[in-house]
Design a protein around this ligand. Structure first.
Ligand code: GCO
Ligand code: MG
Length: 402
């Protein structure tokens, strides 16, 4: 069996998605997500110019060898563009293997460890009262875990607060919008937000919060400590993690669990964080961290240190990646939680999929491969539109981490 053709499909049903379709000489095909928010065409070019020509004629069943060929063989290792491109091919090859075996990918990985993946939904509000309402609405919908973000009084715009309820879509058409940031205001108001939310929801709901890389380590420690009375499930991306040892400082000061890693693309990005047990949840995703083949290695390594998975699942991760995440999460022994931001009905129509939300969990049936397809005719009606994530500046104009 040979790889006959690889198509790279770019579509914008409300937001941009890049999808790889690997077609074999047996007529079986597999899909992989290659979407890197705000850098979509960089991955497209990397795939088209540097990856696809090298794969035509290879045996698609040799997933491991193809992974090593694209990683070791490139000489220039790692980086989000490279690892997203490798991830897309890897996902598609697992999809093909599942279809050939007539089994879901979770069966190939070792079978089910659970019935469904506990997910967290997104409650956000322009102010605390709106955020509390949104949390209660999620509880009614069956969510067991809810991420809470609120506008900060005195800041015109805050990360995580979208125009629409239930999800937060940060990429905007055109050039990067600029947003102001003020750490002092944020640190003052966030404990108050969680005091109100915990009081309203009662003791059972799991509450999460994303600091989105805005804090220094000592500020993150302060936030973690101030939120301890409200028993959070986690604080996410409290500080940028390029310097992995900076998490030691946060750990010394707070027992609030920590999650990190949505921007990681390789096991080396979290080596020290995991080995020293500086975090509790690892968020590296299948689409941005080298596919199922590599993320499986990260998860196995994390399991040795009681670190659990908590994969990124924002709207910029296409239903193809979500299908892979559901297969992976059904199997992985050290599963923690899965982020869920529902896609728009149009995106769901472009990518018909088997996974679905049921009473706080993501479940899927025993269907071959990843359980996701692409409607290419519909996809073709929505061509690429340039869009960027915002950037953040402090009050004095200095660039900050968005
Ligand atoms: C999350 C993320 C997103 C990202 C977005 C970037 O936790 O869901 O932080 O909001 O900012 O996915 O592409
Ligand atoms: Mg995040």
């Amino acid at each position: 069996m040979k790889i006959e053709r690889i198509d790279i499909i770019v579509t914008c049903p409300g937001r941009n998605f890049v999808t790889v379709k690997v077609v074999t000489s047996d007529g079986v095909h597999g899909l992989g997500d290659a979407t890197l928010n705000g850098r979509e065409l960089a991955v497209h070019a990397y795939l088209q110019e540097h990856v696809v020509p090298c794969l035509i004629g290879r045996d698609p069943r040799n997933i491991e060898d193809i992974w090593q060929y694209l990683y070791r063989g490139a000489y220039w290792r790692r980086g989000p563009v490279t690892m997203t491109a490798i991830a897309a091919i890897d996902m598609a090859l697992w999809d093909i293997k599942g279809k050939l075996a007539d089994m879901p990918v979770y069966q190939l990985l070792g079978g089910k460890s659970r019935d469904g993946l506990m997910v967290y939904g997104h409650a956000n509000g322009r102010d605390h009262a709106e955020a509390v309402d949104a949390v209660l609405k999620h509880q009614e919908e069956g969510y067991k875990a809810i991420r809470v973000q609120s506008g900060v009084p005195g800041l015109e715009k805050t990360y995580g607060v979208g125009k629409t309820q239930g999800y937060y879509e940060p990429a905007e058409k055109g050039l990067p919008p600029e947003e102001p940031w003020d750490t002092a205001l944020y640190l003052r108001h966030t404990p108050e937000l969680f005091r109100k939310v915990r009081e309203a929801v009662g003791p059972d709901a799991h509450l999460l919060h994303d600091a989105h890389h805005r804090l220094t380590p000592i500020e993150a420690a302060q936030l973690g400590k101030s939120l301890e009375p409200y028993r959070l499930f986690w604080i996410e991306d409290a500080t940028p993690a390029e310097n992995q040892e900076s998490f030691r400082l946060i750990r010394q000061h707070t027992t609030t669990p920590l999650a990190v890693g949505e921007v990681f693309n390789a096991i080396w990005d979290c080596n020290q964080l995991i080995r020293e047990q500086l975090v509790d949840y690892i968020r590296a995703t299948i689409v941005h961290a080298g596919g199922i083949t590599h993320v499986r290695r990260i998860a196995d390594y994390a399991a040795m240190y009681q670190v659990r998975t908590g994969f990124h699942g924002a709207t910029d991760l296409s239903p193809v990646c979500m299908a892979a995440a559901v297969n992976f999460g059904l199997w992985v022994p050290n599963f923690g939680i899965q982020e869920l931001m529902p896609h728009s009905p149009l995106t769901d129509a472009v990518f018909p999929h088997n996974y679905r939300f049921e009473q706080g969990y993501l479940v899927m049936d025993e269907v071959p491969g990843l359980g996701v397809e692409i409607d290419e005719t519909l996809a073709a009606q929505y061509p690429y539109e340039r869009a960027y994530l915002p950037v953040a500046r402090l009050r004095d104009g200095s660039m900050w981490n968005w």
